[in-house]
Design a protein around this ligand. Structure first.
Ligand code: COA
Length: 703
């Protein structure tokens, strides 16, 4: 799934060793807390207190130069003085002391450290941070931080943080780039009773980042879903090599378009960091959430068993909430079971006469706990039903806690055999019911939308995890294309003329319409006749002219030889008059093509490198910015997903006689990758597609 399968980071260190050593961090036999203090207000006190109070079973060594014991635990002046090996150390001493402590840890052969201390790259002290990273690399230490609040790992009862205690144990690993948000969301999950296997604060990511943690949790049986709050990536190319084995939910903030402003081309102005991040997540098979409640709801749903098929049932006691769930299912592509006769037969016995057996199954307010219980039992035991949504609106006649208990009993009775999500709307009692459900690992929330999008994520993950594993490599540039680029470079130009762009792209395999380059009217006629090019579009070729139509340098629909001669001469005269200083090299000729206008482009993202764009042209690109990206290199399957991702994709499938030639679009997207490393930007605008093929009608390359 990763582009090149390599595990080497930007520093040249094999990150697999670090990933291995994270085992010592999360499952240590012994922990040293350097900077442990007896003063309750201090971070070192809080960390030690959290380690002790959460029931960690390994050895704990507070390190303090003066104290002999803190919180009843014997202290040691340095890590070297600890009586046994130390697997992992928390460092909470002032910044100037950190390097010395890290050296001591290295001498003691400590393989994992968390540096809580602030005052490094986040305040510009990059060199000081690099020293720590170099030390960690030299000794194969996995280093988390600096500037982190630490982590919690519930399977080993280890709370090596100065965050709250008593995290609800569960299967979600939550990785946060923001310390403050991490701590507060930890508190929120405790209130909602959402279970976590781990909470990790990334801090400055001097060494361990998202990639290493994902790859560690990939193989951790205590984790079933990884949720990441991310602000930005340090090393985009390295991140692209992340291997995904478990569902990853991404909550990404900081969606500015600074990158887009820096880029001059059409593609550049459409990219912007957010679209690129979406491309990156899609390409790696990660799922994106837009709010933290949605992110956690999705992560909880992804802890459910995989659905065996697509048929979903909604059980409700209220029509309104049932309708909104139906809307959400339709919008997000969750399929509802639709066989009314079968549903009537199965569900009628579960409800009063006035209930509805159409999906949503409405047991009504009169159904009571027994009604819910019976309906849920049918939904869970019928093999034809593959996933279940239970909705509840609080009423005076039925206690939501009773509904929750009924759902839990039925779900446990069938050994959690299929996905089941719950939405409860109401007051205090409903909230309590939601907490009880969450505590029992049944995803429950107050928003219908979150329940359905969570369920949809399960289907998305099912599709992602069934994709063939592909190793992709950037394809080589053909010699002919490279020669064209080198020729232009030698001339000191930064852009290719249209015919040069065509030559280079054609050599890469981009499908072209019939085209030619002529310096005289006779030559133009000869080319058009020989290739049967009519009707023809003629465009002036000059390094001095950027906006050709402004100076009369574009004439369309030339139908025959006479017209060709006349229009050639007319164009030369007009352009000379309008741009007297421009050196005219000749004209580009291109067969007129009808069809759906698309846009294909490539530009360099500062983080992730060459990114290829695809979208529909015209209003779709100008107004709606309906384009998607992929990072080079990507496979043919990935190119297909890129094409299927745009909102106007139905037009590509054929609408009012228009349709697209998808194979040749994919071919174009594959071909453009060959040139990506060698130039700055490519714009094929438009790429016209019709039932016979796709054609790069205009092409521009900047080097
Ligand atoms: N070996 C052992 N103990 C040492 C030591 C060393 N080399 N250097 C200092 N200590 C001891 C101190 O004596 C002190 O213990 P004491 O209270 O018994 O005297 C303890 O370590 C802490 O040192 P102190 O100088 O009191 O620092 P502090 O507790 O005020 O601050 C940090 C230390 C790390 C908390 C602080 O520098 C910091 O970075 N705070 C920000 C943390 C943060 O917000 N992180 C990011 C979260 S998202």
């Amino acid at each position: 799934m990763s582009p090149d399968g390599s595990s080497e980071g930007s520093s040249g260190i094999d990150t697999r060793v670090k990933v291995q050593n994270l085992k010592k961090v999360f499952n240590p036999k012994s922990v040293a807390i350097v900077g442990a203090s007896s003063e309750p207000g201090k971070v070192g006190y809080q960390v030690l207190n959290n380690v002790i109070k959460n029931g960690f079973k390994g050895k704990v060594y507070p390190i303090n130069k003066k104290a002999t014991e803190i919180l009843g635990v014997p202290c040691f002046p340095t890590v070297s003085d600890c009586p046994t090996d130390v697997d992992f150390a928390v460092i909470a001493v002032p910044a100037p002391m950190v390097e010395g402590v890290l050296k001591e840890c290295a001498q003691k052969n400590v393989k994992g450290v968390v540096i809580i201390t602030s005052g490094f790259s986040e305040i510009g002290k990059k060199k000081e941070e690099q020293v720590l990273k170099d030390l960690a690399d030299k000794h194969d230490m996995a280093l988390l931080g600096p500037n982190t609040f630490g982590f919690v790992y519930t399977p080993s009862n280890l709370n090596a943080s100065f965050g709250p205690q008593n995290v609800t144990p569960g299967k979600i690993a939550f990785i946060s780039q923001s310390g403050a948000l991490g701590i507060s969301l930890m508190g929120w999950t405790m209130m909602e009773k959402i279970g976590l296997a781990s909470v990790v604060s990334l801090g400055n990511k001097a060494d361990i980042g998202e990639k290493e943690l994902i790859e560690y949790f990939n193989d951790d049986p205590n984790v079933s879903v990884i949720l990441i709050y991310m602000e930005g990536i340090k090393d985009g190319r390295q991140f692209m090599t992340t291997k995904i084995k478990k569902p990853v939910v991404m909550l990404k903030s900081g969606t500015s378009s600074r990158g887009a402003q820096a880029a001059a081309s059409h593609t550049g102005s459409l990219s912007g960091s957010d679209k690129i991040y979406t491309a990156v997540f899609n390409q790696l098979g990660m799922m994106r959430a837009r709010t933290f409640t949605q992110a956690f709801a999705t992560a909880c749903c992804l802890s459910m068993p995989e659905p065996k098929g697509e048929e979903t049932i909604i059980i409700t006691n209220g029509g309104g909430i049932g309708v909104s769930a139906t809307d959400e299912c339709e919008n997000s592509g969750v399929k509802l079971l639709d066989d009314h006769v079968w549903l009537e037969e199965r569900f009628r016995p579960t409800m009063p006469e006035f209930g509805s057996t159409k999906n949503p199954i409405d047991v009504t307010g009169g159904g009571g706990r027994a009604g819910y219980q019976k309906a849920v039992r049918v939904a869970l035991t019928e093999e034809r039903i593959h996933s279940v949504v239970v909705l509840y609106c609080e009423t005076a006649v039925l206690d939501p806690v009773e509904v929750a208990k009924a759902v839990i009993d039925e779900y446990n009775a069938v050994k959690r055999n299929k996905p089941l999500v719950v939405t409860m709307v109401g007051g205090e009692r409903s909230r309590q019911a939601i907490q009880i459900l969450n505590e029992n690992q049944i995803p429950a929330m107050t928003e219908v939308r979150e329940a359905i999008s969570g369920l949809k994520a399960l289907y998305t993950w099912k599709e992602i995890s069934s994709r063939p594993k592909e190793k992709t490599k950037t394809p080589e540039i053909p010699v002919k294309a490279l020669e064209v680029i080198e020729r232009v470079r030698k001339e000191g130009r930064t852009f290719l003329l249209e015919h040069e762009s065509r030559e280079a792209l054609e050599a890469c395999g981009v499908p072209m319409p019939k085209w030619g380059f002529a310096t005289t009217a006779d030559e133009a006629v000869k080319i058009a006749e020989k290739t049967q090019m009519y009707p023809v579009a003629m465009k002036i070729a000059s390094v001095d002219i950027i906006h050709k139509s402004d100076v009369g340098g574009v004439i369309l629909n030339i139908k025959n030889a006479d017209e060709m001669r006349a229009k050639f001469n007319q164009m030369m005269e007009t352009v000379k008059k309008n741009a007297p200083k421009a050196k005219l090299l000749g004209v580009n000729l291109c067969q007129m093509v009808d069809g759906l206008q698309c846009i294909v482009g490539m530009n360099k993202d500062p983080q992730f490198g060459p990114a290829v764009m695809f979208g529909l042209g015209g209003i779709f690109v100008e107004v709606l910015k309906d384009v998607s990206f992929r990072i080079v290199p990507f496979s043919e399957n990935e190119a297909q997903r890129l094409v299927g991702e745009i909102k106007a994709k139905k037009l590509l499938d054929g609408y009012r006689g228009q349709g697209a030639h998808k194979e040749s679009i994919i071919k174009t997207l594959m071909a453009i990758q060959k040139i990506a490393e060698h130039v700055k930007e490519v714009d094929i605008n438009p790429l016209i597609t019709n039932k016979d093929g796709s054609f790069a009608v205009d092409a521009r390359i900047i080097i």
